[in-house]
Design a protein around this ligand. Structure first.
Ligand SMILES: [Zn+2]
Length: 481
């Protein structure tokens, strides 16, 4: 495999989650009854005039900034002319040679590698409108115009010398970035994130291979599997002396292969020209600054901060890919500054209870302040970790503060030496055979005594102090003997 180079490109279409559509005031909502969110503009009636939605442009500017792109000060919409039943007006409002932004990059950590981030080039970010949705039924095809005119943002990556797993992590990082900005719901099942990919395999030193496009990808996992399949297929063709055909192939999820798309794809001439009904869009520095100043910290920045704080890459990825979790964590940080402990509690114990109870993170009844207080108490050694978990469950159920529950439940860690000595004396008295074997040199048996002391204290005794005092006791007994 090493004599081949794999080059991968990815195109992502995101529906922007603005309140209204791109060029009319119809609500932009998923899941409404068909054709209830329409007007003459998004139905494409002749003579209607589109009015660009300012929020769409602002969302795209924020995305472009997050992708380190150059924003074109003078951009515009163009008409892409073609007819299809889902586009009966005969053209799509899109962007052609002056996209909103271009020449950027996205940095992300690929897989388990915490050593340094990977960087993927971004060719362009442009805006367009979605088409109506075709619903195929036994009786024929139906059209739902609720989707017509919904704002779409297309993000095209550079062709990258890369691997299928890296492409998969690029997509995850891109999604996390867009979710963090709040510009899209990025839901592949609902179609608010769609992606196509292309791949070529070439022999090292012989330039690029022939590009094959892959469509019909319904999940990031499918992208990865399809790319892996396609890479292997192309390598096999080349190693047998064959030639890869330039074509579009469809991923067949059921049998896990790519297949040639039926029917020849025409290279259509879309006769792009500037959209005459929308004036050019001027994006000045002031506007960009305003948007930039209101942007949250980005996933890559959050990852880097967590890395420095000693959080593991899996834990960091989990919390950064979920902006709702991260917001909760961020709120907790106001009350306790141990990032590593907080992340572990949030994605560990708190998440486990949420999943068991089937509750969304945004509805978690435990206040961030309370969780932070609990984690601090555990970090300070005042409550053991397992007792802390019980306290958390009670916090969830009662809404009470950790301090209140810790004293109510009597789980405060016993570090008072006299109290612990009393328990040790009891345990030593009750286990003469174990003590005898320790005195004969079986030091390992001391663990059984520690276990007994912990059990008698209801798990509350400070294990460090128990160990210390018990060792002292044994030493004294050895001297006497
Ligand atoms: Zn409309």
């Amino acid at each position: 495999m090493s004599e081949y180079i794999t080059v991968i490109g990815i195109e992502v279409h995101l529906q922007l989650s603005t309140k209204t559509k791109a060029f009319c005031s119809c609500p932009n909502l998923f899941g409404a009854p068909p054709n209830t969110l329409t007007c003459p503009i998004c139905l494409g009636h002749p003579g209607t005039l589109p009015v660009p939605n300012k929020k769409v442009i602002e969302y795209a500017i924020a995305s472009a900034l997050a992708l380190n792109c150059t924003i074109n000060a003078n951009t515009r919409y163009d008409r892409k002319n073609y007819f299809y039943p889902d586009l009966p007006k005969g053209f799509q409002i899109s962007q052609y040679n002056i996209p909103l932004a271009e020449k950027g990059f996205l940095e992300f950590y690929a897989g388990d590698d915490w050593s340094h981030p990977t960087r993927w080039g971004i060719t362009r970010v442009h805006l367009e409108e979605d088409t109506a949705k075709i619903i195929h039924t036994d009786d024929g095809a139906l059209l739902d115009f609720n989707r017509a005119g919904v704002p779409l943002m297309e993000i095209v990556s550079e062709p990258m010398v890369s691997s299928p797993p890296e492409a998969y992590y690029y997509l995850r990082a891109l999604k996390a970035t867009m979710l963090t900005l709040g510009v899209s719901t990025c839901n592949m099942e609902e179609g608010s994130l769609r992606c196509d990919t292309n791949i070529s395999v070439g022999r090292k030193g012989e330039g690029l291979g022939t590009k094959v496009e892959i469509k019909n990808l319904n999940s990031f996992r499918a992208v990865r599997l399809a790319l892996e399949y396609e890479r292997d297929r192309q390598v096999e063709i080349l190693s047998n002396g064959g030639e890869v055909v330039q074509e579009t192939r469809l991923w067949n999820e059921k049998i896990g292969i790519t297949e040639p798309m039926r029917g020849k794809e025409e290279t259509a001439d879309y006769r792009y020209f500037p959209e005459p009904d929308i004036p050019p869009i001027v994006i000045d520095k002031k506007w960009i600054n305003e948007i930039e100043n209101n942007m949250p910290s980005l996933p890559i920045e959050r990852m880097n901060t967590l890395k420095v704080a000693g959080v593991g890459i899996q834990e960091a990825t989990t919390i950064v890919e979920r902006p709702d979790l991260y917001a909760y964590f961020d709120e907790c940080l106001k009350y306790h500054d141990n990032k590593r402990s907080l992340v572990n509690w949030i994605i560990g114990e708190l998440n486990a209870i949420a999943q068991k109870k089937g509750i969304d993170y945004s509805d978690i009844p435990v206040r961030p302040k309370h969780l932070a207080e609990l984690v601090r108490t555990v970090d300070e050694g005042k409550v053991g970790a397992s007792a802390g978990k019980e306290v958390l469950l009670k916090m969830w159920e009662t809404g009470k503060s950790p301090d209140e529950l810790i004293s109510e439940m009597g789980v405060e860690r016993i570090s008072d030496e006299d109290t612990i000595r009393t328990i040790i004396n009891e345990v030593v008295g009750e286990n003469p055979e174990v003590v005898a074997s320790i005195l004969k040199g079986k030091d390992k048996a001391i663990g059984r005594l520690i276990g007994e002391v912990m059990r008698k204290s209801g798990g509350s005794a400070d294990p460090g102090i128990v160990k210390k005092l018990l060792s002292e006791k044994i030493e004294k007994m050895k001297e006497v003997n």
